[in-house]
Design a protein around this ligand. Structure first.
Ligand code: ADE
Length: 242
């Protein structure tokens, strides 16, 4: 075993998602990641399995968490260049689909490449460029052992789903929808770092209730499920040396 193992980098967009996870993983208190970014970093784990949790931080202009793909990519880039992680995990909440059997609080591991559903550029190679399609590590065996679901993740910068988004999501065969995964996976692919996503369902985007209402109602429950699942996911990742 190397004297200093490379850390696993866990990136979570919102503080409300990160705080229960940090508690479950017994991580330190949040510190600034970079002088010009709102992002934060907490560290912990063990010498053989160090762990860093970064959040995208707080947007002081709008007094909200800095969610979405811009802060996701920037935070991932700064954290990954600083830490040289062995693996990047984007964890958090996501929308699911009733038609694909999702329920509130289900925890999904990513399956297959992560795509975008809101970048429509019908100009030759710009079209697949817009979709992205960034690889993830095959964690299907871990999902089976832990009784977690597997789903293809798609990313866009809106919480709701327009008709065009819905068509794009159906065409890509995705079953979970977030606002960061593809941006973090892009950075991981640029740096040739293995990537997975772990997402807990706050809302069912094909259900009749407004997505934002579902998100607010179910956030705590979904985050508690995520925080309960992540320590076991880390154990399995260490055991299988992903
Ligand atoms: N995060 C939680 N629910 C979501 C949704 N419906 N779309 C995008 N990101 C989400």
């Amino acid at each position: 075993m190397p004297l200093m193992s490379k850390p696993t980098l866990l990136q979570i967009a919102m503080e409300a998602e990160a705080a229960p996870v940090a508690k479950a993983l017994a991580l330190g208190s949040p510190q600034p990641l970079h002088q010009h970014l709102p992002a934060t970093i907490r560290t912990g784990g063990s010498p053989s399995a160090p762990l860093a949790l970064v959040t995208q931080g707080h947007d002081s202009r709008f007094n909200v968490d800095a969610i979405g793909t811009q802060p996701a990519a920037l935070t991932a880039w700064v954290a990954a260049t600083r830490l040289s992680p062995r693996l990047i995990i984007n964890a958090g909440t996501a929308g699911g689909f009733e038609k694909h059997g999702a329920a509130i609080g289900d925890v999904y591991l990513s399956e297959g490449p992560v795509v975008y559903h809101h970048r429509r550029i019908p100009l030759g190679n710009f079209e697949p460029y817009g979709v992205g399609s960034y690889p993830t590590v095959d964690v299907s065996a871990i999902a089976r052992r832990l009784g977690l679901k597997l789903g293809k993740l798609t990313t866009g910068d809106s919480l709701d789903m327009s008709e065009q988004d819905a068509r794009q999501i159906a065409a890509s065969g995705s079953s979970i929808k977030d606002m960061e995964g593809a941006a973090v996976a892009w950075v991981a692919s640029l740096m040739q770092i293995p990537f997975i996503a772990v997402k807990s369902i706050t809302d069912l985007v094909d259900a009749p209730h407004p997505t934002a209402d579902q998100f607010v109602t179910n956030l705590d429950r979904a985050v508690a499920r995520l925080a309960a699942a992540l320590p076991a996911v880390f154990n399995e990742l260490d055991r299988s040396s992903v």
